[in-house]
Design a protein around this ligand. Structure first.
Ligand code: 5GP
Length: 207
């Protein structure tokens, strides 16, 4: 029996490119129907962040035990903290035919690509490296050498672009969201994703 599976949508890209902002705008847009996979992290909640809404906040011990139990689809360390995607939630949603959206950094995205190659991998790119640098500077109070090392990291992250299916430039948040919606819509029409349904239909007619 044909059963529609949901799409796994992975939005990733270099730090400072605006993944979080674009993701929030996507979920605020009307007529969107994605499920957001809430990540686990060991970093402390920022002001206004709620456990179970923004993240599931875990201790290092709890997080390491989740890794050992195989409860994470992927995990990575970012600026001294662990981040990871709960595997059961993602599988349940996909089985239920729902589209699941992950907003994760590039190391984790590479792990997801290995495990679930039929996912949709979207790389959010900065308009330029200098633009990325000024966004990192504008973000906060980081020291010059920290910014320099982040820009260097962003360069390495840009080199991981080849692991993705689509590249969306974040020149403007609204435009980036529109492009992502268009990609998801097109992806749903991809022959490989729909033909099983039609083949089954044809088989039914033969009887
Ligand atoms: P922040 O601490 O600013 O919320 O997130 C830091 C970075 O971790 C961002 O690049 C964000 O996309 C990434 N991130 C959030 N959740 C996950 C996750 O579950 N797995 C991975 N690999 N990265 C994540």
């Amino acid at each position: 029996m044909y059963k529609k599976r949901g799409l796994l949508i992975v939005l990733s890209g270099p730090s400072g490119v605006g993944k979080g902002t674009v993701r929030k705008a996507l979920f605020e847009a009307p007529n969107t129907n994605y499920e957001y996979s809430i990540s686990m992290t060991t970093r402390s909640p920022r002001e206004g962040e709620v456990d179970g809404v923004d993240y599931f906040f875990k201790t290092k011990e709890e997080f390491e035990s989740l890794i050992e139990q195989g409860k994470l689809l992927e995990h990575a360390q970012y600026v001294g903290n662990y981040y990871g995607t709960p595997v059961d939630y993602v599988n349940e949603m996909i089985e239920a035919g729902r589209d699941v959206f992950l907003e994760i950094e590039v190391v984790g995205a590479a792990q997801v690509r290995e495990k679930m190659p039929d996912g949709l991998f979207i790389f959010l790119a900065p308009p330029s490296l200098s633009e990325l640098e000024s966004r990192l500077i504008g973000r906060g109070t980081e020291a010059e050498e920290v910014i320099a090392s982040r820009v260097e990291k962003a360069r390495e992250e840009l080199e991981m672009m080849h692991l993705y299916d689509y590249v969306v430039e974040n020149d403007d948040v609204q435009k980036a969201c529109d492009r992502i919606h268009a990609i998801v819509t097109a992806e749903h029409c991809r022959r490989e994703r729909v033909e099983a349904r039609y083949l089954e239909m044809l088989k039914g007619e033969e009887k």
